[in-house]
Design a protein around this ligand. Structure first.
Ligand code: 2P0
Length: 362
């Protein structure tokens, strides 16, 4: 079968309540590769226009001898253990569709891979969304979320726009550990994120390896899952009331709680750097001088800060952050929408030759 080339655009998400730790194989997890989290998490989908997005084209065809994957113009090694793990999601989709043919996948990220901003989330969401359509699968968002989670945990949240909760779930097969939208992207459009880029270096330890180490060695981590579940409830309450200060308080607390268990890991995991610390001080200083919570910082597995504020305060917060030495670039994002299928003219694959359309790096 020569399938259709499907091209999808997907956006990253920013967790206000973080996912850091998986359940290992045992009574509440059938396989560790299911990527079942220790706690629920809550995110916003980010729309920074042409920045921070993934475009992916997928085609399945009998003419293809093997799976081939180009990321940012570079052919990837399909034998690498990391890629094999992530491609379990594609195997699941193949199983469901009964289509055994190989795939050509061409994906471009408009942000630095592995810099602490989650390109794996938009990347995997674009991949499974496009592959499910290229295989002609009619599956509901729960099933697609379940399969996307296998590729990358945080990616299941990027299947939705707006405000998204990824529920921890209890079942060992993971069928109840799926993401769902709690409010859409139009619910609170004033909410703005300023993304402060402090480094473009590749991080020293991957999230996947880091969280495994934390679960295995951190004493403080025992407290983390219950604290995070409570944070999810508090953020939902704040969203219901559009209470920015409550949202800000919990967002900062959750980020610092996650970075505390990282520091409590043996050996310690330290993603924050001096510039991250200066962002914390700048935001705390601004909040104190304004006598209200104007902004909230949060950090993922990297030193880049994301600062959330109302659009009406964005200029003030931007000016404060501009004063932090070491910030190379500040991107502004609004609340983003779910992945969308692009037109054939935007495809990254030539459907006749089954080759990528762009000039390739060796
Ligand atoms: C999050 N992070 O909730 C947290 C905050 C990093 C810090 O989800 O192993 O790339 O593929 O499931 O999803 C990064 O973890 O890890 C992450 P896998 P993922 O956004």
């Amino acid at each position: 079968m020569q399938g259709k080339v499907i091209t999808v655009l997907a956006r990253p998400n920013l967790a206000l309540v973080k996912y850091w730790g998986k359940r290992e194989k045992g009574k509440d997890c059938k396989y560790t590769s299911l990527n079942l989290p220790q706690n629920s998490s809550l995110s916003i989908t980010l729309d920074a226009g042409e920045e921070l997005l993934t475009r992916t084209s997928v085609v399945f065809s009998e003419k293809l001898a093997q799976d081939t994957f180009y990321l940012n113009g570079k052919k990837q090694d399909m034998k690498s253990p990391e890629l094999k793990e992530r491609f379990l999601a594609i195997e699941e989709l193949r199983k469901l569709s009964g289509v055994g043919t190989r795939a050509l996948i061409v994906s471009n990220n408009s942000f630095p891979t592995a810099s602490g901003l989650a390109s794996s989330a938009s990347g995997l969401a674009a991949l499974t969304f496009a592959a499910s359509k290229a295989l002609g699968l009619k599956i509901d968002s729960n099933k697609l979320s379940e399969i996307t989670r296998i590729g990358s945990g945080s990616a299941c949240r990027s299947l939705f726009g707006g405000f998204v909760v990824w529920n921890r779930g209890k079942l060992p097969d993971g069928s109840d550990s799926v993401a769902r939208q709690v409010f859409d992207e139009y619910y609170w459009p004033e909410l703005t994120t300023l993304i402060c880029m402090t480094t473009r270096e590749k991080k020293k330890i991957s999230s996947r390896a880091g969280m495994r180490q934390t679960v295995a060695t951190s004493e403080l981590y025992k407290l983390r899952p219950d604290i995070a579940e409570e944070h999810v409830k508090e953020i939902i309450k704040a969203l219901n009331k559009k209470d920015f200060e409550a949202l800000a308080r919990v967002t900062m607390a959750d980020a610092m709680n996650m970075h505390s268990v990282m520091l409590d890991t043996r050996p310690p995991i330290i993603y924050l750097n001096d510039v991250s610390k200066e962002v914390i001080y700048a935001v705390e200083d601004l909040n104190e001088s304004e006598k209200r919570l104007v902004a909230a910082y949060t950090f993922d597995a990297g030193p880049n800060a994301c600062v959330i504020c109302a659009e009406s305060d964005a200029d003030k917060v931007f000016a404060k952050l501009k004063g932090v030495r070491g910030i190379e670039k500040i991107l502004k994002a609004k609340i983003g929408s779910s992945p969308k299928v692009l037109s054939d003219s935007e495809s990254l694959i030539n459907p006749k030759t089954l080759e990528p359309k762009f000039a390739l790096e060796k």
